[in-house]
Design a protein around this ligand. Structure first.
Ligand SMILES: Cc1ncc(COP(=O)(O)O)c(C=O)c1O
Length: 435
């Protein structure tokens, strides 16, 4: 793809990187962990590419951490949002666009009988857990080791390997939230027998289970999700699918449609907004009753209100994005692109003689430098993550924009086979440079 001309001069204002480092811890808005002398400051994006303030072009393989699935500055989305903005940006109230979007979501999402809009994926998963706790009257929740469900304390619990895993005991993954050790239990992803055992022995205190159906880039073992569905239903626990990543990416109906398993509650974010900030959560009508204000201040009520959630600009952008995702050509193309990426990465590892596994499904990939299959956090942590980071940093130097800390690679609707081949060639170069 040939780059279109920049919309404004990209003459680098002096010292942007230094200014950022003086303002933002590590010079970032979170994650990346890029060495200080290499932090790029982005100025614009178009399709699958971004440009920094110095005018350097990058092939983007993080795509705003997957939120720009439609591609950067996708015209249909930009126009829909701009049109709406002229009629008001936010009312903090139900509006024409939020009703239209809620109806559209209800028609696509198998479990979604009732919905509330929020502004991020973090809020969406946090509210799902709150609803589960309020509806069941139980305090604890279970998540899977290594899962990220957003930046709230439960979302990051046992995400990093702070200390050797003693499942089901959890680890706060950082300071300031020791209380999660009391309220969060952890189980190994893809191990239904151990998970069932933990759930059964804590049934009286567990409100529910939250799972990312495609756990980062680890595919669910056959029967794992359906087994989880069956055991949570049997024990009267709420099953929450975190579809912040998988939603609209694996299929129009997300992982629920793709894997054929319906949870009680679901959290959305990222791709839904076409790049604009959005989050949504919802599910069974009886569970969602706990946030009904007519119950206030009675028992069994849980607070849920977002100032910018459901703003008409983000909703208009999301409606335009859903048009794109519901095109019958969209998901076959995304899956073809993902398969090509994973195949080319696998070929590069094999021909360079590097032991590695290419993980992922749909338009997602992740390389684990390990000679043995990676199926859960334990096997992921056993992989050579130092090599993984070195390769990602080298790719950044070679002009691929990505997040070297979260090495998940995101494709978009706008990545062509040529873009993927270009990436694979640079990946091969990066493997050689980091031997
Ligand atoms: C699976 C998953 N859930 C939730 C979130 C949180 O979304 P946000 O960053 O919009 O708060 C993320 C973000 O990366 C995610 O990957």
């Amino acid at each position: 793809m040939t780059a279109s001309p920049p919309s404004e001069s990209l003459a680098p204002p002096p010292g942007f990187r230094q200014r950022a480092l003086a303002l933002f811890p590590a010079g970032s808005n979170g994650e990346y962990g890029i060495p200080e002398d290499q932090v790029p400051i982005l100025a614009r994006g178009k399709g699958p590419r971004v440009w920094d303030t110095g005018g350097r072009e990058y092939l983007d393989f993080t795509m705003a951490w997957g939120s720009a699935l439609v591609g950067h500055a996708r015209p249909e989305v930009v126009e829909a949002a701009g049109r709406q903005a002229r009629d008001g940006i936010n009312f903090a109230a139900v509006n024409r666009r939020s009703v239209e979007l809620a109806e559209r979501l209800q028609s696509l999402s198998p479990c979604l009988e009732r919905v509330r809009f929020v502004a991020s994926g973090t809020e969406a998963t946090m509210l799902c857990l709150r609803v589960a706790q309020a509806a069941t009257g139980r305090a604890k929740v279970l998540k899977f080791e290594g899962a990220y469900h957003g930046q709230h304390p439960v979302g990051v619990t046992s995400m990093l390997n702070g200390r050797p895993s003693r499942m089901p005991a959890s680890d706060p993954s950082g300071a300031g939230a020791a209380w999660v050790e009391r309220d969060v239990l952890v189980a190994p992803f893809n191990d239904l027998a151990t998970t069932t055992q933990i759930l059964e022995s804590h049934a009286a205190e567990l409100a529910g289970v939250i799972v990312e159906p495609l756990h980062r880039c680890l595919t669910p073992a056959p029967e794992f999700l359906s087994g989880l569905r069956a055991v949570t239903a049997r024990l009267g626990m709420v099953l929450v699918f975190d579809e912040v990543v998988t939603g609209f990416r694996l299929a129009p109906g997300g992982a629920q449609q793709y894997y054929g398993v319906t949870p009680d509650l679901v959290a959305y974010g990222k791709a839904l907004g076409g790049g604009y900030p959005i989050g949504a959560y919802g599910g069974r009508a009886d569970l969602m009753e706990v946030v009904n204000e007519h119950r206030l201040p009675g028992p069994g009520y849980a607070w849920s209100a977002s100032t910018t959630g459901g703003n008409p600009v983000s909703c208009a952008a999301a409606l335009a994005a859903l048009e794109i995702f519901c095109d019958p050509q969209c998901h076959p193309a995304l899956h073809t692109a993902g398969r090509l990426l994973r195949r080319l990465l696998g070929d590069a590892l094999a021909s360079e003689g590097v032991a590695g596994q290419v993980l992922g499904d749909g338009p997602l990939a992740q390389v684990a430098f390990s000679p043995t299959p990676v199926v859960d956090q334990k096997t992921w942590l056993a992989s050579d993550r130092r090599r993984g980071r070195a390769v990602m940093l080298e790719l950044l130097r070679l002009g691929v924009f990505l997040n070297p800390m979260g090495t998940k690679l995101y494709l978009s609707c706008e990545h062509t086979a040529a873009d993927i081949e270009e990436f694979a060639a640079r990946f091969r170069q990066a493997l050689r440079a980091t031997q």
